[in-house]
Ligand binder design. Structure first.
Ligand SMILES: [Zn+2]
Length: 655
């Protein structure tokens, strides 16, 4: 990459490792990932940091409860967070753990700078303390009980280091005034200004009652308290004391939830000012997720996790929904119902349909090559003009992080292209030369609209836009397209397009919701666990010969002849087919891991061997009541269904 690319640095919150990521964390990370992809397409050299905040009393307690050391506990948690972001394709560029050595050095260095500049002093902190939990209870008064264990708290005084936050009231207010964009959105900015105007108190930044933390050099048993430790991770990730060498600090944007904005816009800039280090350019706070209009939280038990959603509708659909449905910066509601509605209307019927019908018509009429238009009519030019003028507008929305408006605009282009095709009816044209030429102009115009939409939508829909890109026969990756060079009219005729495929199969709402809810209610599996094994006998890897069994063991397995009545693919489960199988006495729903080897329609009517007395189970949220028998062939274990050469009666027992 050229050395003169401007640098852009953005961060997600450094997530606390007392639980696993839910949809709120996923949202923050998806937003950052979208900005990251967008900025890359605008020519920036981008670094995105995410990570885990691993210190503090809650981790000490959780590790104790799990019967492992703190180190072991946080290593496992950090691995699960990383694995989830990896799976979802939103890992970012730097993953910082607050237990990393380089982070400890950065915190200690920042402390030394603040102290040398006269902003740190030793004092005493007095508060209500729970001797059972070994922790101060914040905001408690003498006589209050501990909110965790319910036992009485005691008033305790400990020696702490304090940070002179009071010295920064005026510098902070100056900062907010001179940089009106430092805090976004506006409502949060006003809140913070009135908080700071209301007066600040010095901040205790070390503890002697906590063991699990970064030691204050030469001052043991003092360890750093939460915010002085966690916020500094943004700087540790891009070089710490050596930040100038890497060149990414100061951050262009810290993306946070609104509940932690005060720490990011008051404490953090004050620490940096005290150390005379450059300040981040912007802190952007997004809203909360509401489920049935209450805040999603672990204690309310209404938390939604990303995996079940991604398994059923796919990651791109989740990204699209969150960015389209929620106005960035405001609270937003989450519901499975709205998610599936958006999926069907905007993705299956919208982008997916435009892509597949355009490709199918080019395949049919032009041997799969982008047609060569030789003249355009006013309606073609009108569409061209609308698409061209939307490009600049969409980029403006992205620049302001107005994702919802950007997507609304991009999807209005899809609607225009649909309307255009409906009006021009390329399928109704005849075989004359004039008709063929007209058809070429229409299909080129539709394909060009699709190309522009694909580039614009890429930051939000990274996977599916790459598929459309390939479908349009375009070279390279859509991710490496230059958004600043995006213009109408660059689609080259004569290029061979890819095979038409369904990007977003329509899904049945009730069934999809039921599956997501079922998976949400299954115990959350560790992120690193392997995917569930395919559910036919075919999935079993060849094994050493097992011990011999008696006939009575074999008799326990009831196998019968079944006939497949229906077969369909399951959205979000590439390997599974959902079958209904007549076993003589009843019709069963059975899932089989054969989707990569059998086309569903070829299976209908086929007689197969079925284990009928297997306990029902759910696979990817779909109930499976029985199992098909198949041979496992070749190194990759290709399933070959067991069947019958002679006619056999449905329901006959196999012995
Ligand atoms: Zn307690």
């Amino acid at each position: 990459m050229p050395a003169n690319k401007p640098k852009y640095y953005l961060t997600t919150p450094i997530y606390y490792t007392n639980g696993l990521p839910h949809i709120g964390h996923t949202y923050s990370t998806i937003v950052c990932d979208t900005i990251r992809r967008y900025k890359r397409m605008r020519g920036y050299d981008v670094v995105m940091t995410t990570g885990t905040d691993e210190h503090g009393v809650n981790v000490e307690r959780a590790a104790k409860k799990a019967g492992v050391s703190e180190t072991e506990f946080v290593a496992k948690m950090a691995a699960e967070w990383r694995a989830l972001w990896d799976d979802l394709g939103i890992q970012g560029d730097e993953f910082i753990r607050t237990t990393d050595l380089k982070h400890a050095h950065t915190v200690q260095w920042l402390f030394r700078l603040c102290r040398e500049n006269g902003y740190v002093y030793k004092g005493h902190y007095t508060g209500q303390y729970c001797i059972y939990d070994n922790a101060f209870v914040s905001d408690a008064k003498p006589g209050d009980n501990c909110p965790d264990c319910g036992r009485p708290t005691e008033t305790l005084t400990e020696e702490n280091y304090f940070f002179k936050l009071t010295a920064f009231q005026k510098p902070l207010l100056d900062l907010y005034r001179k940089n009106p964009n430092f805090i976004q959105p506006e409502t949060r900015r006003n809140e913070i200004i009135s908080f700071v105007e209301g007066g600040l108190k010095d901040l205790s930044i070390t503890r002697t009652t906590i063991r699990w933390g970064i030691p204050v050099p030469g001052e043991e048993p003092h360890v750093f308290y939460v915010w002085f430790d966690a916020l500094t991770a943004y700087l540790s990730a891009v070089g710490g004391p050596e930040y100038e060498r890497r060149g990414y600090w100061p951050a262009d944007v810290h993306l946070v939830g609104k509940d932690i904005i005060r720490f990011h816009t008051v404490y953090w800039p004050a620490f940096l000012m005290a150390a005379m280090l450059p300040l981040p350019r912007q802190v952007w706070a997004h809203g909360w997720f509401l489920m049935d209009s209450t805040k999603m939280s672990k204690s309310k038990g209404n938390v939604v996790h990303p995996r079940p959603i991604v398994d059923v509708v796919g990651m791109d659909a989740l990204r699209y929904f969150l960015l389209r449905e929620i106005v960035f910066g405001q609270d937003g509601s989450f519901s499975y119902d709205a998610l599936v509605t958006r999926y069907n209307s905007d993705l299956a019927n919208g982008l997916g349909n435009l892509a597949s019908r355009t490709a199918a018509m080019i395949e049919k009429n032009f041997s799969g090559k982008i047609p060569n238009p030789d003249s355009f009519q006013p309606q073609d030019e009108a569409l061209a003009k609308q698409v061209q003028s939307a490009i600049g507008e969409a980029l403006e929305h992205f620049d302001k992080f107005a994702f919802s408006r950007a997507l609304e605009l991009i999807w209005s282009l899809i609607a225009l292209a649909d309307k255009y095709l409906a009006a021009e009816q390329p399928w109704a044209l005849g075989t004359s030369d004039a008709d063929a030429q007209r058809r070429a102009a229409i299909l080129w115009t539709a394909a060009e609209a699709l190309r522009v939409v694909t580039v614009l939508a890429h930051p939000v829909l990274p996977e599916s836009t790459e598929k459309v890109w390939t479908l349009l026969g375009q070279a390279g990756h859509v991710s490496s397209q230059d958004l600043d060079g995006l213009r109408w009219g660059r689609l080259e005729p004569g290029i061979l397009i890819g095979k038409s495929q369904t990007l977003f199969p329509r899904i049945e709402k009730a069934e999809a919701i039921e599956r997501m809810e079922a998976m949400e209610n299954e115990p959350q599996k560790p992120a690193a666990a392997p995917a569930p094994a395919a559910p036919t006998g075919a999935a079993a890897a060849p094994q050493a010969a097992p011990e011999k069994i008696g006939i009575e063991d074999f008799a326990k397995v009831e196998m019968r002849v079944g006939q497949i009545r229906t077969a369909e693919r399951i959205v979000g489960a590439d390997k599974l087919l959902k079958l209904t199988v007549d076993i003589g006495t009843e019709i069963r729903q059975i899932c089989a891991g054969i989707a990569q080897y059998y086309e569903p329609e070829t299976l209908i009517g086929r007689k197969v061997a079925v284990v009928v007395n297997l306990a029902p189970r759910k696979l990817r949220g779909v109930e499976s009541n029985g199992m098909l028998i198949a041979a496992s062939v070749g190194p990759e274990g290709r399933p070959v269904l067991a069947g019958f050469h002679e006619d056999v009666e449905i329901g006959s027992r196999l012995k």
